[in-house]
Design a protein. Structure first.
Length: 269
């Protein structure tokens, strides 16, 4: 499992409080309407506006939403979130020097912003056989391969903004190996070779069909990829998936041949 990470990122909310008119400007605008219906409707929207009619420094803040900032993939989820927001949020008065009301971050937007701030390390591997000073494996033999170090099989990220918490889970099921001059078969992350494990077998191995003598530095390149399926849930009810995330790197393994020496018996006179 990879080491814990922490990160700070900026998230633009889907819905927030936008600065509106000053108390004096709003009162003047409402009073300018001839329609009593409009005056009453605005009076309900800006409840208590008369109390701030003489204030030219403080401002009203009104709830607003914009689909451009939605980062989920479910338009219906966006509509449901914004409908609730617009029905429950009301215009708020903030005096000069006051702190504007905090926006509410929807779960889908929070999850995707949090995931964008995460870095998954590329995979590292061990292998066996590892013969001689250079740690060479052997042509034609099963070379056991296993994930080592900070190669995570699962990554869980939790992010909180205001009253919303999102949990993102990225899960991988196997290493994907592509060796030059060889064939890989991996259905998992492998296990380290030991005499005890040798009897159990492994779910990840390579068979090299040629030595690495013809490669630079006499080592064979092996491409390593790990693909993660990503899901998220949030306390506001948002759930979903994200595009598969794949890490990719290249390592090298020295590969040698076993030379067989044939001897003939000496003829006796």
């Amino acid at each position: 499992m990879a080491s814990p990470q922490s990160a700070t990122t900026t998230v633009h909310p889907v819905c927030w409080y936008e600065q509106d008119k000053t108390g004096a400007d709003l009162a003047q605008e409402i009073d300018s309407y001839d329609s009593q219906f409009v005056k009453e409707w605005l009076g309900r929207k800006y409840d208590g506006y008369e109390d701030h009619a003489g204030d030219a420094d403080g401002h009203w803040y009104t709830p607003t939403c914009d689909y451009r900032y939605y980062r989920g993939d479910k338009p219906g989820e966006f509509r449901a979130f914004t409908q609730i927001w617009m029905l429950t949020a009301s215009a708020m008065w903030v005096p000069a020097g006051g702190v504007p009301p905090e926006p509410v971050i929807d779960g889908a937007t929070l999850a995707r912003a949090a995931w964008d701030a995460v870095t998954i390390p590329t995979a590292t591997i061990g292998y066996n056989p590892s013969v001689g000073d250079v740690g060479a494996t052997i042509v034609g033999m099963d070379t056991w391969v296993w994930a080592t170090g900070d190669t995570p099989k699962e990554v869980t990220v939790t992010a909180t903004a205001g009253s919303t918490t999102a949990t993102i889970t990225a899960t991988a099921s196997m290493l994907t190996l592509q060796p030059d001059d060889g064939t890989a078969k991996c259905t998992g992350f492998g296990i380290p070779w030991t005499e005890e494990n040798d009897a159990k077998g492994t779910d990840c191995k390579i068979i090299f069909n040629r030595s690495s003598a013809h490669f630079k530095n006499s080592v064979t390149p092996v491409d390593i990829k790990v693909s993660y399926a990503i899901t998220y849930t949030a306390t506001d009810g948002a759930t979903g998936t994200m595009d598969t995330h794949t890490t990719s790197t290249t390592t090298t393994i020295p590969v040698a041949e076993i030379q067989t020496l044939n001897t003939q018996p000496t003829k006796q006179p």
